[in-house]
Design a protein around this ligand. Structure first.
Ligand code: FMN
Length: 204
């Protein structure tokens, strides 16, 4: 099984980057192939260019950097997105990656007058958001519900991919480091097992 871990954070020493590396290591330990897409280090351009707009309008061909990302995802069975929560959502860099890469013709097929086709049914997606706030605050403000609506249903299910798991890391700036380290170890091993043995581990 091949996994693509996509991480969106500018600081290699951040907790988010640590979670991405830990998850990739756990998958390798179980014998899986892992590719890491570090969007910041690779200078992915999240701006929705004129070429992207034209493509959305059914004109032209996808830009080369978009095709390269689609090829990377096409090689993967599982896609893991690791990102900090910014304003109750994902960072602009990752959102721009989704805006530009998950386009009509590749992620779905929308032609007026024809049936809508979901095209990512071969892919399983796991989400690991890293949040400063605690779980109680997310519950109270409806952040989990908003996340499910916008990201799990609005993006992943919209394109026909399977939602493998969503695992929040909370209190990322305040929790004791050793508690966080143990939590990250657990989530890495749990997701690695889902990726390596998908048939034997129940989805959430
Ligand atoms: C622009 C910005 C917006 C943020 N918005 C939220 C938020 O809406 N909810 C939350 O729990 N934490 C929020 N945070 C805190 C980050 O999620 C937290 O600092 C991060 O997860 C820490 O992990 P890191 O070391 O990987 O950066 C925000 C941080 C920044 C910089």
């Amino acid at each position: 099984m091949t996994t693509l871990v996509v991480v969106s954070h500018s600081d290699p020493q951040s907790l988010t980057q640590h979670v991405a590396r830990s998850t990739a290591d756990a998958i390798r330990d179980l014998g899986g192939d892992v590719d890491i897409a570090d969007l910041h280090a690779e200078n992915f351009d999240p701006r929705f260019s004129k070429a992207d707009v034209n493509l959305f309008r059914g004109k032209g061909t996808p830009p080369a950097d978009v095709v390269a990302e689609q090829d990377r995802i096409d090689r993967a069975d599982d896609l893991i997105l690791v990102f900090p929560m910014y304003w109750w959502s994902m960072p602009a860099l990752l959102k721009g990656w989704i805006d530009r890469v998950f386009v009509s013709g590749w992620a779905y097929e929308f032609t007026p007058g024809s049936e809508f086709v979901k095209k990512l049914d071969r892919l399983t997606v796991h989400l690991i958001p890293v949040a400063g706030d605690d779980a109680e605050s997310f519950e109270r403000h409806g952040v989990y519900e908003a996340f499910q609506t916008q990201i799990e249903r609005g993006i992943i299910e919209y394109c026909g991919a399977t939602l493998g798991s969503t695992t929040f890391v909370h209190e990322s700036d305040t929790k004791r480091r050793d508690t966080l380290a143990a939590e990250i170890q657990d989530l890495s091993e749990s997701i690695a097992a889902r990726v390596a043995y998908p048939a034997t581990v129940a989805s959430r």
